[in-house]
Design a protein around this ligand. Sequence first.
Ligand code: SAH
Length: 283
Amino acid sequence: MKIYNLKKIIYKYDIKFCKSLGQNFLFDENILKKIVKVSEVDKNTNVIEIGTGFGTLTKHIAKVCKKVVTIEIDKKLILISEKILEDFKNIKIICEDVLKLNIKKIVEEEFKGEPFCVVANIPYSITTPIIIKFLSSKLNIVSLTILMQKEVAQRLVADVGRKEYGSITVFTRYYSNSKILFSVSPNCFIPKPTVKSALIKIKLLSKPSVIVNNEELFFSVVRASFKHRRKTLLNSLAIEFNIIKEKLLDVFLKVGLDENVRGERLTVIEFGMLTNKLELMYI
Ligand code: SAH
């Protein structure tokens, strides 16, 4: 859609942008095409899009994919995008909060249980819950190509030991390989966002990057390890799990961890090994 067309629509329907819904609409045709290109979606691919907006990205996805189910919470935008997208037979618009969405039901009803991809310019304020919801869904997701706040994208791909490395990094790495593909200027949106944006591609692994016997415990160990950043990992875990330090040190030595190590120094594999030993020995 040309920028003046988008501006005309905004004027015609008297749209007031809702900041809390993360309404920053992408109108730059080159960027929209580039996002779809790097998503590697083709005529055999089913797609879920989060945040239809005016259907600008939806349209580009629909041109190349098998079917796109697009989720939008704002009823006013749905009425508009239904008109804009009416010529496309492979688009289904659903009015729903993505965080309440039953993804499994969508996959069964709309995609006949086939694998799917996520391609979206999402509401930035709910990036982390969206990532957690889709990655932990255990559904057959091929990849997520998502435009998000740059700082959050940097946290998802951070190297071990960096200040951006945290529990969401370990969570993402447990399920996937991810990479930042490019940045997008605030000038490509209406209204311009106050933060920087980057496109990330998250490719799901066929199985998690480490075998853990108890996933729930694994994630609580990871969360506890980053909760007290200034404490050593030994002290953090002793507090969080109420374990005597001497016993915990024994576990550390068995998995080859230094007693003074901090949580941000552990790779996802080391977190997995630590959790498995902890479970066996004490929890
Ligand atoms: N993808 C569009 C819109 C991006 S703005 C584009 O690139 O132009 C983010 C969109 O997500 C808005 O349309 C907003 O109304 C919608 N949205 C916000 N919170 C949502 C939620 N919880 N569930 C579904 N859609 C949501």
